[in-house]
Design a protein around this ligand. Structure first.
Ligand SMILES: [Fe+2]
Ligand SMILES: [Fe+2]
Length: 147
């Protein structure tokens, strides 16, 4: 995490700041600890799996989080294209194919409230140390007992 200080291309904040800002927003919105941790780690695959970073992050989280949290993280990349794909001649409505899915709205909300909102260079995020105990608690859970 602490190594993710290089700036995201085209964005005003580093990967680490984006992650902390997303997680801070989730915390302040009263999300569960599991969801706060998932939000902190939602882009963890960005560097290692640039073509499917959401699936990568979701796989890391999968044994320790609910099916719902896993789904949101796994699909967030496709849902996020809503915010930029049209600028590059792509389809911004990829998320529509999930419209009838039970977690569709939850993923729309995640993207709007935590992911897309968290590129603000002036936002005061909580430090990584605030989230470390939460990460430890979630990853100390009995694997595959939360779905
Ligand atoms: Fe992402
Ligand atoms: Fe993100």
């Amino acid at each position: 995490m602490s190594g993710l200080t290089d700036t995201l291309e085209g964005y005003k904040v580093s990967r680490l700041e984006h992650s902390l800002q997303s997680a801070t927003r989730a915390l302040k919105a009263g999300e569960s600890e599991e969801m706060i941790v998932a939000t902190l780690l939602h882009d963890i695959g960005d560097e290692l799996a640039p073509m499917n970073h959401s699936e990568y992050a979701a796989s890391v989280l999968k044994p320790y989080v609910s099916e719902k949290t896993h789904w949101i993280i796994e699909k967030h990349g496709e849902f996020q294209t809503y915010y930029y794909a049209h600028h590059f001649g792509g389809d911004r409505n990829k998320r529509d194919k999930y419209k009838s899915h039970k977690y569709y709205q939850a993923c729309v909300d995640f993207c709007e409230k935590y992911d897309q909102a968290s590129f603000d260079p002036n936002y005061k995020s909580l430090p990584l140390s605030k989230f470390e105990p939460m990460v430890k608690r979630i990853f100390s859970r009995k694997p595959y007992s939360h779905s």
